[in-house]
Design a protein around this ligand. Structure first.
Ligand code: NAD
Length: 486
């Protein structure tokens, strides 16, 4: 069993009272790590360290050195690539190719990209007239906000945590991270990387533990925190927003989704099937941007359902490193219970089960893991819970549609507004749909293609604010205007 400790003031540390909790492998329910469990004392220590670091070497460091240091962080992550991949595979049980090709490289890229974005961002300046005719010049300068609380989820833990830590540090802030209790390993590993490249103590801190009435809530309520960036469930976002109200702290929220995939009859059929398979089932459906509502134009509906069913039935369950394995378990038994309760509610609501719907039979110790089958239903009304609520599992409901207006109304009739994927060869229609659909990101004939310079976030109850590119700088810096009378 591995011990995973907090990382406070540049050192790995247990909790003061040595409190800890156990992490079990989602593959077979065997204990794999003991995690230090933080409370108010550890949060106080981390925030104090982060505040002190703002006034030390880090606060005085010029931009060029900071940018170089963040490039060194990226290089060190790349050097220790196998350690990060192994840690994330152990926490999540997801296949090696997903973690090694998509998630961990993005973690390193976050540091490179945001360091460069900060360095290359222009500042605003406006000339103005004055009554005496001499005029004045305004220009804006960016200052770090201070101590940033980063609260992150478990579904792509390293990618999602560094997506916030990297721009926060690039802008000169210090951070206290509360990673998900379900996937804590890479956050502490990143502490080792920070030390290896000489990031000063207190710039990057990690406190492990739980959310409500625990480390997460203590951190978001802490008066020494200047802003809070959070990725997770919409309900948790509401709770954090209440905590942020004390002291009027700024928030950036990336929340839940119930994303629609829209397939027109003129699509490239095979590409659309593969695209929808990925968007609904990659990472065992535990992707905020994933598709749980699929609308297919009627002439190709039956054929599309059959093709997606075949694709689902070809998945290879297995350990992350098993040759050929391309499908992992859910993160935990608790999440498995939640997903299976949605599977039951679909049937109770009268769904037609196309494939899946339960727990696969797996050999040996894997039978004790948090597995569920990829699942497709048809025949439900839009009011059914599995069509309305975020499940965050490997499943989708499929429904035929006849017109563009109809599918647009169906797609938009949801409280979430995170992402959509549209499959069509008609460019005008793609533009029309993309402009009318109420989401933060629309993919046309693709999914999960991310350019880190673009604005990312959710519409409606899927988020507050945008991160990515200069939008991250807008959140992680305070802009101050200077007006000079000429
Ligand atoms: P979650 O909200 O349960 O937990 C996320 C983090 O918040 C964890 O670290 C948790 O300990 C902490 N937390 C929980 N309650 C808290 C509280 N009261 N105060 C402070 N911290 C608290 O989410 P999850 O189950 O880890 O992740 C899945 C959710 O995340 C899904 O809803 C998914 O859509 C969403 N998500 C969104 C995006 C996005 O970019 N929009 C990306 C990934 C995941």
């Amino acid at each position: 069993m591995q011990d995973i400790l907090h990382f406070i003031d540049g050192r790995a540390a247990p909790s003061v009272d040595c409190r800890s909790f156990e992490k079990r492998s989602p593959l077979n329910n065997q204990p794999i790590a003991r995690i230090a469990e933080g409370g108010q004392v550890e949060v106080d220590a981390a925030v104090t360290s982060a505040r002190t670091a703002l006034k030390g070497d880090w606060g005085r460091m010029g931009m060029d050195r900071r940018v170089t240091m963040l490039h060194n962080v990226a290089d060190e992550i790349t050097r220790r690539f196998d350690d990060f991949v192994a840690a994330e595979m152990a926490d999540t049980g997801q296949p090696h190719h997903v973690i090694a090709h998509a998630f961990v490289p993005r973690g390193a890229a976050n540091f490179r990209v945001f360091a460069d974005i900060f360095k290359n961002a222009p500042t605003e300046s406006f000339q103005m007239d004055t009554p005496d005719g001499r005029g004045a010049l305004n220009y804006a300068i960016r200052k770090p906000k201070g101590v940033i609380a980063v609260i992150s989820p478990w579904n792509a833990p390293f990618l999602l945590m560094t997506w916030k830590v990297a721009p926060a540090l690039a802008c000169g802030n210090t951070v206290v991270v509360k990673p998900s209790e379900e996937a804590p390993a890479t956050a502490t590993l990143l502490g080792e990387v920070m030390n290896a490249v000489g990031v000063p103590p207190g710039v990057y801190n990690v406190v492990h533990g739980f959310g409500a009435d625990a480390a997460g809530e203590f951190l978001t309520r802490h008066s020494g925190v200047d802003a809070i960036t959070f990725t997770g469930e919409t309900g948790t976002g509401s709770a954090i927003m209440r905590a942020a109200a004390d002291g009027i702290r700024d928030v950036s929220f990336e929340l839940g989704g119930k994303n629609a995939g829209i397939v027109f009859a003129d699509c490239d059929f095979d590409a659309a099937v593969e695209g929808l398979f990925r968007s609904s089932f990659m990472n065992t459906g535990q992707v905020c941007l994933g598709t749980e509502r699929v609308y297919v134009e009627r002439p190709i509906f039956e054929r599309f359902v059959s093709a997606l069913k075949l694709r689902c039935e070809a998945v290879k369950y297995g350990r992350p490193t098993d040759p050929g394995s391309d499908y992992g378990p859910l993160i935990s038994h608790e999440h498995q219970r939640k997903v299976l309760s949605f599977y039951a509610s679909a049937m109770a609501d009268g769904a037609t089960l196309i494939t899946g719907g339960g727990v696969p039979e797996l050999p040996g110790d894997l039978s004790a893991g948090a597995w569920v089958q990829p699942t497709i239903w048809t025949g439900l009304p839009e009011s059914a819970a599995v069509v309305r609520e975020e499940i965050f599992g490997p499943c989708c409901h499929m429904r035929p549609f006849d017109t563009e207006e109809e599918v647009l109304a169906l797609a938009n009739a949801n409280r979430y507004g995170l992402a959509t994927t549209i499959w069509t060869q008609n460019l005008s229609r793609a533009h029309r749909m993309a402009s009318a659909i109420e989401v933060g990101i629309t993919w046309v004939n693709s999914w999960f293609l991310r350019d880190l310079r673009t604005p990312f976030g959710g519409a409606k109850q899927s988020g507050i604010g945008r991160e990515g590119g200069v939008h991250s700088l807008d959140f992680y810096t305070e802009q101050r205007n200077v007006c000079i009378k000429l």
